[in-house]
Write a protein that binds this ligand. Sequence first.
Ligand SMILES: CC(C)(COP(=O)(O)OP(=O)(O)OC[C@H]1O[C@@H](n2cnc3c(N)ncnc32)[C@H](O)[C@@H]1OP(=O)(O)O)[C@@H](O)C(=O)NCCC(=O)NCCS
Length: 229
Amino acid sequence: MSAENLEFMTQVWSCSLGGDAPLQLDGWLSDDEISHLSALKLPLTAKRFALGRILAKLGIAQLDGGEPKQIQIVTDSLGKPHVAGDGPAISIAHRDHMVIVAVSRAQSIGVDIETMTGAFDVGQLVPIACNPDEAAWVRAPDGGELERLLRLWTLKEAALKCLGQGLRRDPREIAFLCPLGAEPRLGGDPEDMRFAGLDLGQGWLGALAVRGGAPDFQLHDGAALLAAL
Ligand SMILES: CC(C)(COP(=O)(O)OP(=O)(O)OC[C@H]1O[C@@H](n2cnc3c(N)ncnc32)[C@H](O)[C@@H]1OP(=O)(O)O)[C@@H](O)C(=O)NCCC(=O)NCCS
């Protein structure tokens, strides 16, 4: 594939927080990001937020060039992050010790991750997340309930981030067609979104939603990006 085609693929970096050592933040965060960080009470949450922003700035610089620390990320009134001025679309997700960021030339993107080791109550989540057809797919009696639910949930949350609405919108409204034995796909194309599953290994599931572009992506090790600093 040519370098030109690669540039039009969404670039995704995943990274584990590593140990308890604090991140070196010198010059990485804007005043707004520092004030957001200081409001986060849990060290895990704070470190994830900071790592997400640093990785996103490094990823944006990979695509656009420039000095990563000079890149400004702003959030709109609903919380969706954007590059200040003219820049690529970005999306960030974290769960437990894992952070994932995506950067793309598409109009808008959304990413989400979940881990199969999380304490999920399938019975409680299905009615909140799924319409009746999706619920029947998740609950097919073959023992794969949790994985199917999380596949669907990551797709829906990626979609809601791509649309910039987050969970203000009822996730049941983003309706997927879920044939048994096949991957879910959006019913019709009312929102002009396309999707890809992210295979993150070791019980981690992820999804990418793309609006105004192809759902092709490249997955990278975020730790390598940080180590190159
Ligand atoms: C967006 C949302 C679905 C994320 O869910 P989550 O599982 O808590 O968190 P994730 O780790 O998957 O994603 C967090 C990232 O989503 C992004 N995000 C937040 N709001 C977003 C929005 N409206 N659109 C797109 N992305 C958004 C942010 O980049 C955030 O990371 P950051 O703060 O480190 O930059 C959720 O926070 C949400 O719906 N927020 C808006 C409504 C709200 O605040 N409701 C209260 C809870 S229902």
